[in-house]
Design a protein around this ligand. Structure first.
Ligand code: ZN
Ligand code: ZN
Length: 477
């Protein structure tokens, strides 16, 4: 029902098909045909051929739909469409050369690929030349934001309520961080006089701790080494069951995903339950030393462990194994992003609460990481509803959340192109944490953490508010 309501909302009210020209791009779906392993290459190329018949008409329809696009999405559409042309050149040619396709169809495909490229270039040029004298603002505004938040997040909280919670949480984190940084000051700064400004004091200590990090060459092996340690800890503390028959494969990020540095999980979908789960680790090889140094300081020895908890164990990887065991295909396919991200963020805190790598440094770095999640929501809401300027956003991220300039700029870019998604982490986390605390209080001595986790995850990737409703009902029965 929610999915259908979202579709109606998008057609009738959001209307991003008018203002977001980046919604029109054929390259990704054609790349999918070349990369997919679902059928033999010749069949896939034949389908590729047939699908190309629609490209010219597709971009004609796009041009008819577009009205007053935002400047930001127009720039994105031009670069993403032009960037995708390689699918019809390099990628297609290399697939053709590997195939046993008849010479006539090969020639036909090459001819149509030229037409496809011309249509993509023509679309990009049309956007460049568009007389867009009154572009729409990329900011969503209060009314649309409110509704999109309800449909995308499916929380018990309204957007403005969770925003207030995030602001309070940010202030609480600053207090805790100040206490820790104050205590750690002599260890890292010796007799240097403490600055008056509390945020500067925290930042100084964080910067010192961040110097403890791995090397570009050891980045992947450092991650690999931690996975068994995390599994052992979860077992030792009896936090939840981890299915040993679905191991996590750590691999170097494949080329078609490269560019966005970092780490991510590729989990098999509900139709491919026995497929491998990959932990993709971005390679730092070939990076200029200044860039890799800054990256490694960000993902220092402490934060790297929190990242592994979030992405792998007991975060995304563990949650997705449970989700695939849930019999509902609907829940797997229309998974709720706030529940999925909320679980991974909750897992970070839960591991530390149980004593994982317990130290003042670890907690301080954890709070910094949690501050990022919290400020994601504050930023998203403030920019789209409260007209926050870029300058104010930079102050929030760099001064109050201790982020590197480059990271903050990337986040500004993201918030000007997307809406609401940045709220999923904090909202899901808050609701899961509050549910646990509520049950703990109600059940007293009979509360069991492992049971809570396994029960919670057994509902699949459903919105937290529905899991809560079902769990409480079942417990009462
Ligand atoms: Zn260094
Ligand atoms: Zn995540």
């Amino acid at each position: 029902k929610n999915q259908l309501q979202s579709t109606i909302f998008r057609i009738d009210k959001l209307k991003s098909y008018q203002w977001n020209p980046a919604e029109y791009n054929v390259c990704g779906s054609f790349a999918e045909i070349l990369n997919g392993k679902y059928d033999k290459l010749e069949t896939r190329l034949h389908n590729f051929n047939l699908k190309m018949n629609g490209i010219v008409g597709y971009y004609e329809a796009a041009k008819k739909n577009i009205q007053n696009p935002t400047v930001e999405h127009t720039v994105l559409a031009i670069s993403q469409n032009l960037g995708g042309i390689s699918v019809f050149e390099k990628d297609l040619n290399s697939a053709l050369s590997k195939s046993k396709l008849a010479a006539t169809e090969r020639t036909e495909i090459k001819e149509k690929a030229k037409i496809a490229i011309n249509a993509i270039v023509a679309y990009a040029n049309w956007l460049k030349d568009l007389k867009n004298t009154t572009p729409r603002s990329f900011r969503l505004g209060t009314e649309l934001y409110k509704e999109k938040f309800e449909l995308d997040i499916q929380s018990n909280y309204k957007a403005d309520t969770i925003f207030k919670k995030a602001v309070d949480h940010k202030n609480e984190l600053h207090v805790k961080m100040y206490a820790l940084a104050y205590k750690l000051w002599p260890k890292y700064m010796k007799s240097v006089v403490k600055p008056q400004d509390s945020l500067l004091l925290i930042k100084t200590v964080i910067d010192k701790i961040s110097l403890q990090h791995t090397t570009p060459n050891n980045f992947q092996s450092a991650i690999e080494k931690q996975i068994p340690e995390l599994i052992a800890f979860v077992k030792e503390k009896d936090l939840l069951y981890i299915d040993p028959s679905k191991p996590l494969v750590v691999r170097k990020e494949p080329k078609y995903m490269a560019g966005v540095a970092g780490a991510s999980i590729s989990a098999p979908g509900p139709y491919d339950k026995n497929g491998n789960t990959y932990y993709n680790v971005g390679s730092l090889s070939g990076w200029p030393s200044e860039k890799s140094e800054s990256y490694l300081r960000e993902y220092n020895d402490y934060v790297l462990q929190i990242l592994n908890i979030h992405e792998a164990i007991p975060g995304h990887y563990t949650q997705l194994v449970y989700s695939n065991q849930s019999p509902s295909l609907i829940k797997s396919i229309l998974g709720n992003g706030a529940m999925i991200e909320g679980w991974a963020v909750y897992a970070e805190l839960m591991m530390l609460e149980n004593g994982y790598q317990n130290s003042d440094e670890m907690w301080l770095m954890y709070y910094k990481w949690n501050l990022r999640t919290t400020c994601n929501l504050i930023l998203d809401y403030s920019v789209h509803v409260k007209n926050m300027t870029q300058e104010e956003a930079m102050k929030l991220l760099v001064v109050e959340a201790f982020q590197q300039q480059a990271e903050a700029e990337g986040k500004w870019n993201r918030v000007s192109l997307s809406q609401v998604q940045l709220c999923s982490y904090f909202t899901g986390y808050t609701e899961i944490y509050e549910l646990r605390e509520q049950l703990k209080k109600e059940q007293g001595a009979t509360f069991n953490l492992k049971k809570f986790h396994e029960k919670f995850l057994s509902y699949g990737s459903a919105p937290v508010k529905y899991i809560k409703e079902l769990m409480i009902k079942e417990l009462k029965e």
